[in-house]
Write a protein that binds this ligand. Structure first.
Ligand code: ADP
Ligand code: LRH
Length: 474
């Protein structure tokens, strides 16, 4: 059988990875061929992407792939949403792109001068309010560093920026552009009236490109540097969550997906945006998906808390990894400690373990004494959010959700999966871990004509992971 090979890059919170996929007409196998750190840099008071280093690593990955001496049919790139780079009139990057955890947008929504405009922003875009959304990052640029925008000719989201330096083609890919909170959710194009009212320079926004198209081909320079030929770079769901949803083998509308990485993203797929009093009240978002579908979901501050706990213990000399933390939480002496992950104590504490101790004390629960109890408080809090979010979702769609498909790195945590089934009372089906990669790959295969549509792609994914799928029930 002829095998089709593709390359998928996924830039996550702790690492970037390059996977080589092989499609034999029935199944996709993926092999990690390169992984590199994705460490943002604090410079002065600001927090930046290390864009140049990452572009260098991207080329390193391509060099490794070219040594395989196989025909690569396409390349697709996904990263987290909202962040962007600005180019000047000579297509030079004006500044290192800010990381969304940079503090310049802290408090921006509450200080926003025009409340009526906030209302309009939600009604038009359907995107949940988060201070780091592109719209607010740009608003900060406009207020605090106007010279940046004065010199900007082009705005590219991070995946667009990688794609541009690989191909010389400038586009804003639809799914990542939707996270800006500046797209009209129904028109799937820039909300120009809003952009004008915010005094943002309309001209910097590029043509919206849907997933499933070819962006361009590796430039001569990149070909020479990497040893690859004129490979097409394909527009995938370049927002990692869009690729992850595409890569989740859901079969119908009564299934929810729960993507467990640094964030937990819980939602359903919808044919049309749902923007009403309920979605507003519960702050649900209508992000753009593959095949023009809408990702109706909510961001939950999830495994970030577990990551920060690990870091806090590791830096205090306790050598402990995710599997141990999960195990200790499952055997906690006190099963009842619980936090509210949305409490501001947990946004960016210097020491997460200490923050949890403080929270439990201030809420009259007493003091969790050991690793198991502290971690358990975090798990209980995260899963309680899953339950509330599901209730809200059922309220919004007016239908019961039967089961939850959990995907992403977090499903390696069996305790988390089991607790989710126990607390929500829903059947939980897990897999794949690398949902973003699978989603990235099937959209490339759709663009290349090897797969008909998303439905077929998901069947192929299900086929490919059948031995890894697990079921959890109360
Ligand atoms: P991102 O794409 O945001 O970087 P991942 O999808 O890689 O995130 O998921 C990372 C999370 O998965 C970690 O924060 C951790 O909670 C969980 N995790 C990863 N590996 C394991 C493991 N072996 N056991 C338990 N949990 C794990
Ligand atoms: C998950 C994610 C999420 C965004 C956040 C910035 O990686 O892309 O969908 O809201 O990061």
């Amino acid at each position: 059988k002829d095998i089709v090979y593709n390359l998928a890059f996924d830039f996550g919170a702790s690492s970037g990875r390059l996977m080589l996929s092989a499609f034999d007409g029935e199944k996709i196998t993926i092999e990690e061929i390169y992984r590199f750190p994705n460490e943002p840099v604090k410079l002065g008071q600001s927090f930046y992407w290390d864009f140049l280093r990452l572009f260098h690593e991207l080329k390193n990955g391509l060099k490794i792939a070219s040594k395989r001496k196989i025909k690569i049919s396409g390349i697709g790139i996904d990263t987290w949403g909202v962040d962007y780079g600005l180019l000047d009139k000579n297509d030079q990057l004006i500044s290192n792109p800010f990381h969304y955890r940079d503090k310049r947008t802290d408090g921006i929504i509450k200080d926003f001068e025009n409340m009526a405009l906030l209302e309009e922003i939600y009604n038009v875009t359907g995107i949940q309010f988060m201070e780091f959304n592109t719209i607010f990052q740009l608003y900060c640029d406009y207020k605090k560093r106007p010279e940046l925008l004065d010199n900007a000719k082009t705005l590219l989201f991070i995946p667009d920026l990688f794609n541009f330096y690989l191909t010389n083609e400038k586009y804003n890919e639809y799914t990542v552009a939707s996270t800006s909170q500046m797209l009209d959710a129904n028109k799937k194009d820039w909300a120009n009236d809003l952009i004008e009212k915010l005094n943002l320079p309309e001209g910097i926004f590029q043509k919206i490109l849907m997933p499933g198209n070819t962006i361009g081909y590796l430039t001569k320079e990149i070909q020479e540097e990497t040893g690859l030929s004129e490979v097409p770079v394909i527009s995938v769901g370049s927002h990692d969550t869009a690729s992850a949803v595409a890569g989740t083998p859901i079969e119908n509308g009564s299934s929810a997906y729960l993507i467990c990485g640094t964030w937990s993203l819980l939602g359903v797929e919808s044919e049309k945006p749902i923007i009403n009093e309920n979605t507003k009240k519960y702050n649900f978002t209508n992000e753009g998906g593959v095949e023009g579908l809408i990702r109706l979901l909510k961001n939950i501050n999830g495994l970030w808390i577990i990551q920060q706990l690990k870091q806090s213990w590791n830096s205090n000399g306790i050598k402990i990894g995710f599997p141990e933390i999960s195990q200790m939480a499952s055997k906690a002496e006190h099963e009842e400690f619980i936090i509210n992950p949305d409490d501001k104590l947990f946004i960016a504490p210097d020491d997460m373990a200490e923050a949890i101790r403080q929270y439990c004390t201030k809420t009259g629960q007493g003091l969790p004494q050991n690793i198991g109890d502290i971690a358990r408080a975090a798990y209980n809090g995260i899963v309680e959010q899953y339950k509330n979010c599901l209730n809200n979702l059922e309220d919004i769609v007016g239908q019961e959700i039967d089961n939850i498909h959990m995907v992403g790195g977090g499903i390696q945590d069996k305790f988390l999966c089991k607790l989710t089934a126990d607390v929500t009372g829903k059947k939980v089906i897990t897999g794949p871990v690398e949902a973003s990669i699978y989603g990235n790959v099937i959209v490339q295969l759709m663009a290349l004509g090897y797969i008909k549509d998303l439905r077929e792609g998901r069947k192929i994914i299900k086929n490919s992971i059948e031995n890894d799928e697990e079921m959890f029930a109360k």
